[in-house]
Design a protein around this ligand. Structure first.
Ligand code: MRU
Length: 337
Protein backbone atom coordinates (compact mmCIF):
# COMPACT_ATOMS: atom_id res chain seq x y z
CA UNK A 1 0.00 0.00 0.00
CA UNK A 2 1.26 3.48 -0.90
CA UNK A 3 1.37 6.08 1.91
CA UNK A 4 -0.56 9.33 1.49
CA UNK A 5 1.81 12.20 0.49
CA UNK A 6 1.35 13.96 3.83
CA UNK A 7 4.78 15.62 3.66
CA UNK A 8 7.18 15.79 0.79
CA UNK A 9 10.50 17.63 0.47
CA UNK A 10 10.85 19.26 -2.95
CA UNK A 11 14.28 20.71 -3.80
CA UNK A 12 14.10 23.64 -1.39
CA UNK A 13 10.67 23.63 0.24
CA UNK A 14 8.30 21.36 2.16
CA UNK A 15 5.00 20.39 0.53
CA UNK A 16 2.18 19.44 2.88
CA UNK A 17 -1.29 18.17 2.18
CA UNK A 18 -3.45 20.85 3.82
CA UNK A 19 -5.39 18.83 6.40
CA UNK A 20 -7.55 21.81 7.37
CA UNK A 21 -9.37 21.50 4.05
CA UNK A 22 -9.86 17.72 3.90
CA UNK A 23 -12.01 15.96 2.89
CA UNK A 24 -13.70 18.66 0.77
CA UNK A 25 -10.54 19.80 -1.00
CA UNK A 26 -7.22 18.08 -1.66
CA UNK A 27 -4.93 21.09 -1.69
CA UNK A 28 -1.17 21.22 -1.14
CA UNK A 29 0.58 23.85 0.92
CA UNK A 30 4.19 24.78 0.16
CA UNK A 31 6.24 25.99 3.12
CA UNK A 32 9.32 28.00 2.22
CA UNK A 33 9.82 29.88 5.48
CA UNK A 34 9.76 29.13 9.19
CA UNK A 35 6.86 31.52 9.60
CA UNK A 36 4.79 29.54 7.07
CA UNK A 37 5.71 26.20 8.59
CA UNK A 38 5.08 27.33 12.18
CA UNK A 39 1.66 28.59 11.13
CA UNK A 40 0.94 25.27 9.34
CA UNK A 41 1.76 23.30 12.51
CA UNK A 42 -0.17 25.62 14.85
CA UNK A 43 -3.28 25.62 12.71
CA UNK A 44 -3.12 21.85 12.05
CA UNK A 45 -2.47 21.99 8.32
CA UNK A 46 0.04 19.32 9.34
CA UNK A 47 -0.79 17.37 12.47
CA UNK A 48 -0.33 14.08 14.28
CA UNK A 49 2.71 13.49 16.49
CA UNK A 50 5.12 11.79 14.04
CA UNK A 51 4.14 14.09 11.14
CA UNK A 52 4.74 17.19 13.25
CA UNK A 53 8.20 15.84 14.18
CA UNK A 54 9.19 15.12 10.58
CA UNK A 55 7.83 18.49 9.42
CA UNK A 56 9.99 20.20 12.06
CA UNK A 57 13.03 18.17 10.96
CA UNK A 58 12.57 19.56 7.43
CA UNK A 59 11.84 22.90 9.07
CA UNK A 60 15.40 22.87 10.42
CA UNK A 61 16.62 22.73 6.80
CA UNK A 62 14.41 25.72 5.94
CA UNK A 63 15.75 27.51 9.03
CA UNK A 64 19.36 26.96 7.95
CA UNK A 65 18.59 28.11 4.39
CA UNK A 66 16.70 31.15 5.65
CA UNK A 67 19.40 32.28 8.10
CA UNK A 68 21.98 34.62 6.54
CA UNK A 69 25.59 33.48 6.70
CA UNK A 70 27.28 35.48 9.47
CA UNK A 71 29.24 35.00 12.66
CA UNK A 72 26.01 34.43 14.52
CA UNK A 73 24.62 31.94 11.95
CA UNK A 74 24.30 29.04 14.39
CA UNK A 75 22.61 31.04 17.14
CA UNK A 76 20.30 32.80 14.67
CA UNK A 77 19.31 29.50 13.15
CA UNK A 78 18.66 28.05 16.60
CA UNK A 79 16.26 30.92 17.29
CA UNK A 80 14.22 29.71 14.32
CA UNK A 81 14.23 26.16 15.69
CA UNK A 82 12.82 27.61 18.91
CA UNK A 83 9.97 29.14 16.90
CA UNK A 84 9.07 25.64 15.69
CA UNK A 85 9.41 24.24 19.21
CA UNK A 86 6.90 26.80 20.48
CA UNK A 87 4.12 25.70 18.08
CA UNK A 88 2.54 22.78 19.95
CA UNK A 89 3.56 21.49 23.39
CA UNK A 90 2.24 17.94 23.74
CA UNK A 91 3.55 15.72 20.92
CA UNK A 92 7.07 14.83 22.01
CA UNK A 93 8.14 13.87 18.47
CA UNK A 94 8.45 17.58 17.70
CA UNK A 95 11.06 18.01 20.44
CA UNK A 96 12.88 14.74 19.64
CA UNK A 97 13.33 15.72 16.01
CA UNK A 98 14.37 19.27 16.85
CA UNK A 99 16.92 17.99 19.40
CA UNK A 100 18.49 15.74 16.75
CA UNK A 101 18.61 18.62 14.26
CA UNK A 102 19.95 21.12 16.81
CA UNK A 103 22.86 18.84 17.64
CA UNK A 104 23.68 18.40 13.95
CA UNK A 105 23.46 22.13 13.37
CA UNK A 106 26.00 22.94 16.05
CA UNK A 107 28.38 20.18 14.93
CA UNK A 108 28.45 21.51 11.34
CA UNK A 109 31.42 23.60 10.24
CA UNK A 110 29.51 25.92 7.88
CA UNK A 111 26.05 26.97 6.69
CA UNK A 112 26.40 24.87 3.52
CA UNK A 113 27.38 21.77 5.49
CA UNK A 114 24.58 22.40 7.99
CA UNK A 115 21.97 22.53 5.20
CA UNK A 116 23.30 19.30 3.68
CA UNK A 117 23.49 17.40 6.96
CA UNK A 118 20.10 18.60 8.21
CA UNK A 119 18.46 17.53 4.96
CA UNK A 120 20.03 14.04 5.09
CA UNK A 121 18.94 13.70 8.69
CA UNK A 122 15.36 14.79 7.90
CA UNK A 123 15.21 12.21 5.08
CA UNK A 124 16.46 9.55 7.51
CA UNK A 125 13.84 10.48 10.11
CA UNK A 126 11.20 10.28 7.39
CA UNK A 127 12.34 6.78 6.31
CA UNK A 128 12.58 5.59 9.91
CA UNK A 129 9.01 6.67 10.56
CA UNK A 130 7.82 4.90 7.40
CA UNK A 131 9.52 1.67 8.51
CA UNK A 132 8.18 2.05 12.07
CA UNK A 133 4.63 2.27 10.79
CA UNK A 134 5.03 -0.93 8.76
CA UNK A 135 6.44 -2.81 11.78
CA UNK A 136 3.68 -1.53 14.10
CA UNK A 137 1.14 -2.72 11.55
CA UNK A 138 2.53 -6.25 11.59
CA UNK A 139 2.87 -6.50 15.39
CA UNK A 140 -0.53 -4.97 15.99
CA UNK A 141 -2.43 -7.09 13.47
CA UNK A 142 -1.16 -10.23 15.26
CA UNK A 143 -3.29 -9.15 18.25
CA UNK A 144 -6.56 -9.04 16.31
CA UNK A 145 -9.01 -11.92 15.82
CA UNK A 146 -10.33 -13.01 12.45
CA UNK A 147 -13.31 -10.96 11.28
CA UNK A 148 -12.55 -8.19 13.78
CA UNK A 149 -14.25 -4.85 14.24
CA UNK A 150 -12.02 -2.06 15.55
CA UNK A 151 -12.80 1.34 17.02
CA UNK A 152 -10.34 4.24 16.70
CA UNK A 153 -10.21 7.86 17.83
CA UNK A 154 -8.81 10.96 16.12
CA UNK A 155 -6.61 10.33 13.10
CA UNK A 156 -3.60 8.10 13.63
CA UNK A 157 -3.15 7.26 9.97
CA UNK A 158 -0.94 8.18 7.06
CA UNK A 159 -1.99 11.78 7.55
CA UNK A 160 -0.42 11.76 11.01
CA UNK A 161 2.91 10.19 10.00
CA UNK A 162 5.35 9.82 7.13
CA UNK A 163 4.08 6.28 6.60
CA UNK A 164 0.81 4.41 6.96
CA UNK A 165 0.11 5.64 10.46
CA UNK A 166 0.25 4.17 13.93
CA UNK A 167 -3.22 2.85 14.87
CA UNK A 168 -4.29 2.85 11.22
CA UNK A 169 -1.18 0.93 10.13
CA UNK A 170 -2.53 -1.93 12.28
CA UNK A 171 -5.91 -1.54 10.61
CA UNK A 172 -4.38 -1.48 7.10
CA UNK A 173 -2.38 -4.63 7.86
CA UNK A 174 -5.46 -6.39 9.27
CA UNK A 175 -7.32 -5.42 6.09
CA UNK A 176 -4.57 -6.77 3.85
CA UNK A 177 -4.54 -10.04 5.83
CA UNK A 178 -8.31 -10.31 5.24
CA UNK A 179 -9.16 -10.38 8.97
CA UNK A 180 -10.81 -6.95 9.24
CA UNK A 181 -14.55 -6.61 9.10
CA UNK A 182 -15.23 -2.94 9.88
CA UNK A 183 -13.79 0.18 11.54
CA UNK A 184 -15.70 2.58 13.76
CA UNK A 185 -14.15 6.06 13.79
CA UNK A 186 -15.06 8.52 16.55
CA UNK A 187 -15.81 11.87 14.97
CA UNK A 188 -13.38 13.49 17.49
CA UNK A 189 -14.76 16.82 18.58
CA UNK A 190 -13.98 19.65 18.22
CA UNK A 191 -11.75 19.53 15.12
CA UNK A 192 -13.25 16.30 13.75
CA UNK A 193 -10.05 14.51 12.81
CA UNK A 194 -11.95 11.20 12.92
CA UNK A 195 -14.90 12.32 10.81
CA UNK A 196 -12.90 14.36 8.30
CA UNK A 197 -9.56 12.56 8.08
CA UNK A 198 -9.81 8.96 9.30
CA UNK A 199 -12.96 8.22 7.32
CA UNK A 200 -11.37 9.86 4.23
CA UNK A 201 -8.22 7.75 4.55
CA UNK A 202 -10.02 4.48 5.20
CA UNK A 203 -12.55 4.99 2.44
CA UNK A 204 -9.69 5.70 0.00
CA UNK A 205 -8.13 2.39 1.06
CA UNK A 206 -11.38 0.52 0.45
CA UNK A 207 -11.98 -0.18 4.14
CA UNK A 208 -15.51 -0.17 5.52
CA UNK A 209 -15.77 2.68 8.03
CA UNK A 210 -18.61 4.04 10.15
CA UNK A 211 -18.32 7.38 11.94
CA UNK A 212 -19.97 7.82 15.33
CA UNK A 213 -20.29 10.74 17.74
CA UNK A 214 -17.64 10.49 20.48
CA UNK A 215 -20.45 10.26 22.99
CA UNK A 216 -21.78 7.05 21.35
CA UNK A 217 -18.56 5.07 21.81
CA UNK A 218 -19.25 3.85 25.36
CA UNK A 219 -22.64 2.39 24.51
CA UNK A 220 -21.28 0.86 21.28
CA UNK A 221 -18.54 -0.89 23.27
CA UNK A 222 -21.14 -2.39 25.60
CA UNK A 223 -22.92 -4.09 22.70
CA UNK A 224 -19.98 -6.47 22.18
CA UNK A 225 -19.64 -5.48 18.49
CA UNK A 226 -16.11 -4.10 18.86
CA UNK A 227 -13.15 -6.47 19.37
CA UNK A 228 -10.49 -3.85 20.04
CA UNK A 229 -9.95 -0.13 20.49
CA UNK A 230 -6.72 1.14 18.91
CA UNK A 231 -5.47 4.71 19.14
CA UNK A 232 -2.18 6.50 18.62
CA UNK A 233 -0.36 8.63 21.19
CA UNK A 234 1.32 12.00 21.33
CA UNK A 235 3.55 11.19 24.27
CA UNK A 236 4.11 7.99 26.23
CA UNK A 237 5.50 8.61 29.72
CA UNK A 238 8.13 6.36 31.30
CA UNK A 239 5.49 4.46 33.32
CA UNK A 240 3.30 3.91 30.22
CA UNK A 241 0.72 6.66 30.87
CA UNK A 242 -0.13 7.95 27.39
CA UNK A 243 -1.33 11.32 26.12
CA UNK A 244 -3.51 11.32 23.04
CA UNK A 245 -6.34 13.34 21.51
CA UNK A 246 -8.93 14.57 23.97
CA UNK A 247 -11.56 11.89 24.45
CA UNK A 248 -9.10 9.00 24.52
CA UNK A 249 -9.19 8.67 28.31
CA UNK A 250 -13.00 8.31 28.53
CA UNK A 251 -12.79 5.85 25.65
CA UNK A 252 -10.24 3.77 27.56
CA UNK A 253 -12.48 3.86 30.65
CA UNK A 254 -15.44 2.68 28.58
CA UNK A 255 -13.34 -0.09 26.98
CA UNK A 256 -12.18 -1.22 30.43
CA UNK A 257 -15.75 -1.28 31.72
CA UNK A 258 -16.90 -3.27 28.66
CA UNK A 259 -13.93 -5.69 28.77
CA UNK A 260 -12.69 -4.62 25.32
CA UNK A 261 -8.89 -4.53 24.85
CA UNK A 262 -7.48 -1.02 24.54
CA UNK A 263 -4.29 -0.73 22.49
CA UNK A 264 -1.98 2.23 21.94
CA UNK A 265 0.16 2.16 18.79
CA UNK A 266 3.11 4.56 18.96
CA UNK A 267 6.66 4.56 17.62
CA UNK A 268 9.60 4.81 20.03
CA UNK A 269 9.97 8.47 18.95
CA UNK A 270 6.75 9.12 20.91
CA UNK A 271 8.21 7.68 24.15
CA UNK A 272 9.44 10.40 26.48
CA UNK A 273 12.19 9.58 28.96
CA UNK A 274 11.69 13.08 30.41
CA UNK A 275 8.14 12.40 31.65
CA UNK A 276 8.17 9.91 34.56
CA UNK A 277 4.37 9.65 34.40
CA UNK A 278 1.35 11.32 32.82
CA UNK A 279 1.22 14.17 35.33
CA UNK A 280 4.44 15.53 33.76
CA UNK A 281 2.95 15.80 30.27
CA UNK A 282 2.01 19.32 29.22
CA UNK A 283 -1.45 19.39 27.72
CA UNK A 284 -2.11 21.93 24.97
CA UNK A 285 -5.13 24.16 25.50
CA UNK A 286 -6.63 25.58 22.32
CA UNK A 287 -8.71 28.62 21.52
CA UNK A 288 -12.33 29.48 22.18
CA UNK A 289 -13.21 29.69 18.46
CA UNK A 290 -12.85 25.91 18.06
CA UNK A 291 -15.90 25.48 20.31
CA UNK A 292 -17.71 28.74 19.69
CA UNK A 293 -18.08 28.47 15.92
CA UNK A 294 -19.57 25.60 13.92
CA UNK A 295 -19.30 26.12 10.18
CA UNK A 296 -20.13 29.81 9.87
CA UNK A 297 -22.42 29.84 12.88
CA UNK A 298 -21.68 31.19 16.33
CA UNK A 299 -22.97 28.51 18.69
CA UNK A 300 -21.90 30.02 22.01
CA UNK A 301 -23.42 33.15 23.47
CA UNK A 302 -20.95 36.05 23.49
CA UNK A 303 -18.87 36.14 26.65
CA UNK A 304 -19.21 32.43 27.52
CA UNK A 305 -15.80 30.95 28.29
CA UNK A 306 -14.58 27.51 27.24
CA UNK A 307 -12.34 24.70 28.45
CA UNK A 308 -10.64 23.25 25.37
CA UNK A 309 -7.74 20.88 26.10
CA UNK A 310 -6.48 19.21 22.90
CA UNK A 311 -5.26 16.06 24.66
CA UNK A 312 -5.84 13.90 27.72
CA UNK A 313 -3.77 11.28 29.49
CA UNK A 314 -4.86 7.66 29.70
CA UNK A 315 -3.42 6.01 32.81
CA UNK A 316 -1.39 2.88 32.07
CA UNK A 317 -3.74 0.67 34.11
CA UNK A 318 -6.36 1.10 31.36
CA UNK A 319 -3.97 0.15 28.53
CA UNK A 320 -3.95 -3.52 27.49
CA UNK A 321 -0.80 -3.24 25.35
CA UNK A 322 1.42 -0.66 23.71
CA UNK A 323 2.40 -1.54 20.14
CA UNK A 324 5.67 -0.01 18.89
CA UNK A 325 8.03 -0.86 16.02
CA UNK A 326 10.13 -3.10 18.29
CA UNK A 327 7.22 -5.27 19.39
CA UNK A 328 4.27 -5.34 21.78
CA UNK A 329 4.53 -4.25 25.40
CA UNK A 330 1.82 -6.39 27.00
CA UNK A 331 0.19 -5.46 30.30
CA UNK A 332 2.32 -2.31 30.59
CA UNK A 333 0.85 -1.57 34.03
CA UNK A 334 2.51 -4.70 35.42
CA UNK A 335 6.00 -3.78 34.26
CA UNK A 336 8.62 -2.38 36.64
CA UNK A 337 9.52 0.60 34.43
O1 MRU B 1 -4.23 17.63 17.43
P1 MRU B 1 -3.75 16.55 16.52
O2 MRU B 1 -4.65 16.29 15.37
O3 MRU B 1 -2.31 16.76 16.09
O4 MRU B 1 -3.75 15.25 17.43
C1 MRU B 1 -3.28 14.04 16.89
C2 MRU B 1 -3.50 12.89 17.78
O5 MRU B 1 -3.90 13.00 18.91
C3 MRU B 1 -3.11 11.54 17.25
O6 MRU B 1 -3.95 10.56 17.75
C4 MRU B 1 -1.67 11.26 17.70
O7 MRU B 1 -0.81 12.24 17.21
C5 MRU B 1 -1.19 9.94 17.31
S1 MRU B 1 -1.12 9.80 15.57
C6 MRU B 1 0.11 9.02 14.98
Amino acid sequence: MKPIPTLEWRDDYLRLIDQRLLPAEEVYLDCRSIQELACAIKTLAVRGAPAIGIAAAYGAVIAAMETPESESFFDDCETLLDVLASTRPTAVNLFHCLDIQRELLFSSPSKAMAVERLLNSAHQLFEKDLEASRAMGRFGADLLPDGCTVLTHCNAGGLATAGLGTALSVIYEAHSRGILSCVFADETRPLLQGARLTSWELQKAGIKVRVLPDSAAASLLRTGTVNAVITGADRVAVNGDSANKIGTYPLALAAFEAGVPFYIAAPVSTFDSGSPDGTHIRIEERGREELAVMGNRQILPAGVEVYNPAFDVTPVRLITSIICEKGVISAPNQIEW
